[in-house]
Design a protein around this ligand. Structure first.
Ligand code: GP9
Ligand code: MN
Length: 688
């Protein structure tokens, strides 16, 4: 027994032994921090496994640097690296507690988010247990100083250090492959910092963040104020004047934006076994007070929801790669819808049942000027309340009422739904709607979650009507992007009752609903061609804003001069006449493929030039952060430090705002909550 003990001690008295002990302790502590200090949303055994092993490669790589040095220095370097790494963990624990996100170079450099009043509140956030991350270091130092562990000062062969470095990189690559298999597009689409930490680790996150920040600041520093000239010149010719018949028709109304997740236009009036998938939305679509559009397309790329949000609230295109909200959301200057409405005296709030860090919303929304962001932290949760990314729509809408009723009116509120999201999971108790029978497992439940979303919307609408919010509001509904991707051609053909489908059908399949509804609005079914980029200019005219000065690439869908060329992010386009996909051109009306004649060729070249110019100018605005050089008349620059989404502070701000301007629906109800008026049949909330 004592021989064994001796052998172990002897091992720890060697460089190898000490190195592995430090790495082991560091990995275990990192893993414990993952489990106890962060909410990484680990699901399933593969993700559990990845999380457990994820600190190892980077620990070997960084601690391994010390192995190249000689004697005692080697030991102290190991300890210094351990200390630096641990400070990084500690800082993230503290930052995460406040912001549910990880530190980034931008914050550390102090250029952007630091104005989150971080310094002031730091002492309030730190908890004594946070310091436990330094425990292993303290113990190791004591063991070294008391010579319980002896320093092995013998030379350590460089090739051994080299083997450690190589092995760590091989492991890192293996881990990355495993992670990519589970979550494709992890680094290209850049969803959420939580994902990068979950799959790759805190060190890899740091490295990736440095890379991203450098890339971002490089494009920013290359840009000059004069780059705005070409943008302004372009916009001068493309602005469309409002139609007086609609200008100002929604003035003073609350604007309630409902983001219909993955919702495609084909679902409108679609039936399965003779049953309407979305009876409430269908009714709404036909209502005489709804402006409905049936040639409205999503224009997103990899950034999916975030691209839709960028277009909707800024009239700027998403980027060809990744998500603009993630890469350029924190530092860039924006002239976004929430800020514009705020300056008109509206309260502004976003509601979403997912974690705040997804798509970097927590930071981007401040750049856009949202006063409030009610994310998953603001909603009561139980395992049964959530599916997929977060809260089930019925519960989400219902529990949003408690905040909506407190917003001083008029307000601009955006509610982002979630349940109708790939892979369209819905539990039995929540659906009796028949799935389609294409045989494609991904596609078939889509109508069931869409049906659930429709019911949730119906319940929300009833609440608005009951409380009187309805008559003072305008509802703006849109589908953010496709739900069924182009990889499901045979199933799409069946859904559309066609033998087969071609690129033309797929292009038309990208239509999503867009509706604007208000009790006194004169509705119509509008066949104009347009897309997400056009929403903000349309909305601003409706609320009575001439909108002559802001930088927006879309045009008012209701305007006579509205530009009906719908640009897709890959440079393809649809116009009332042509649908161009790659090098193939179809007539939009009939779907007939054409070989363009000379005149058509000229026309198409002009359209292509227009689309390419518009996309690249929009990209230049984002890459170069050009809006920092341009101050539109009547618009004040958005200041991120004016906003906090920290739970208690934010609710406190809401209270203060309500007292100062007692126009909320709750204030008007003599301070009595209207939440009881909300009726839902959500089975999870029964017997409450
Ligand atoms: C997540 C949700 C989904 O918060 O918005 O984003 P998506 O995957 O649709 O881009
Ligand atoms: Mn989406």
């Amino acid at each position: 027994m004592s021989r064994d003990n001796n052998r172990i001690r002897n091992f720890f008295n060697t460089t190898w032994g000490f190195f592995f002990l430090v790495v082991f302790l560091f990995c275990v502590k990192t893993y414990l921090v993952y489990l106890t200090k962060f909410t990484l949303g680990v699901k399933g055994p593969l993700q559990e496994f990845i999380l457990a092993v994820n600190p190892i490669p980077a620990a070997l790589l960084t601690f391994g640097i010390a192995l190249y040095f000689s004697g005692r220095l080697r030991y102290w370097l190991i300890m210094i690296i351990d200390f630096i790494e641990t400070v990084w963990i500690f800082a993230n624990i503290v930052y995460y507690r406040e912001f549910s996100d990880f530190l980034s170079l931008g914050i550390i450099k102090g250029s952007g988010n630091v104005q989150n009043n971080l310094g002031k509140s730091l002492m309030e956030i730190i908890r004594p247990t946070d310091f436990l991350v330094f425990l292993d270091i303290a113990v190791l130092i004591i063991l070294l100083v008391t010579k319980v562990i002896r320093i092995d000062a013998r030379p350590f062969k460089k090739y051994k250090a080299f083997i450690v470095s190589i092995a760590s990189m091989v492991l890192m690559f293996g881990k990355y492959s495993l992670a990519s298999a589970d979550r494709s597009g992890l680094l290209t689409r850049t969803f959420d910092n939580n994902y990068i930490v979950k799959y790759l680790g805190l060190n890899e996150y740091a490295a990736f963040n440095v890379y991203q920040t450098q890339k971002e600041s490089a494009t920013r520093s290359q840009a000059k104020a004069s780059d705005m000239d070409s943008v302004l010149k372009y916009l001068k010719h493309s602005r469309a004047k409002a139609d007086p018949a609609y200008f100002g028709k929604l003035k003073g109304k609350n604007i309630i934006i409902i983001h219909l997740e993955s919702f495609q236009q084909f679902l409108i009036n679609y039936k399965v076994n003779g049953k309407e998938v979305t009876p409430n939305l269908n009714k709404f679509y036909k209502n005489k007070h709804t402006l409905s559009f049936d040639n409205f397309y999503h224009q997103v790329a990899q950034g999916k929801t975030s691209d839709a949000e960028m277009m909707l609230e800024n009239s700027l295109y998403g980027l060809p790669q990744g998500s603009a909200m993630v890469t350029y959301g924190s530092q860039n200057t924006y002239q976004a819808a929430p800020a514009i409405f705020d300056q008109k005296g509206y309260s502004t709030a976003a509601f979403h049942g997912d974690v705040p860090s997804f798509w970097n919303r927590d930071s981007t929304y401040k750049s856009w000027g949202y006063q409030y962001f009610f994310s998953s932290q603001y909603y009561k949760t139980k395992p049964s309340y959530s599916v997929g990314y977060g809260l089930k729509d019925k519960i989400f809408f219902k529990d949003s009422a408690q905040y909506l009723e407190q917003l001083p009116q008029p307000f601009y509120a955006k509610l982002i739904t979630l349940t109708n999201h790939y892979p369209y999971l819905i539990d039995k108790q929540n659906t009796d709607f028949p799935a389609t029978k294409t045989g494609d497992k991904t596609v078939d439940p889509y109508v069931q979650t869409a049906h659930y979303l429709d019911q949730a919307f119906g319940e929300f609408l009833s609440y608005l009507k009951k409380t009187g919010l309805y008559k003072d509001s305008a509802l703006v509904l849109y589908g953010d992007h496709y739900g069924i991707s182009n990889n499901h051609r045979p199933a799409i053909a069946q859904l559309l009752h066609k033998k087969s489908i071609n690129s033309y059908d797929l292009a038309q399949f990208q239509k999503v609903p867009f509706m604007i509804h208000s009790p006194n609005l004169k509705g119509k079914l509008d066949h104009s061609y347009g897309g997400e980029i056009d929403v903000l200019p349309t909305l601003l005219h409706l609320v009575g804003d001439k909108n002559n000065n802001t930088i927006q690439f879309g045009t008012d869908l209701l305007a006579k001069k509205h530009d009906q060329t719908v640009a897709f992010r890959d440079g393809d386009f649809v116009t009332p006449k042509y649908t161009k996909v790659g090098s193939t051109v179809y007539l939009t009306k009939t779907g007939e493929e054409i070989t363009p004649n000379k005149q058509q060729k000229q026309e198409l070249a002009k359209l292509q030039n227009h689309v390419t110019t518009e996309l690249s100018l929009s990209d230049r605005v984002i890459y170069g952060d050009l809006l920092r050089f341009y101050q539109p008349k009547g618009f004040d620059k958005t200041n991120k430090k004016d906003f906090t989404y920290q739970y208690t502070k934010s609710l406190d701000n809401l209270k203060k705002a309500e007292t100062k301007t007692p126009t909320s629906i709750k204030a008007k109800n003599d301070g009595k909550s209207t939440v009881d008026e909300y009726k839902t049949d959500a089975p999870e909330l029964k017997d409450k």
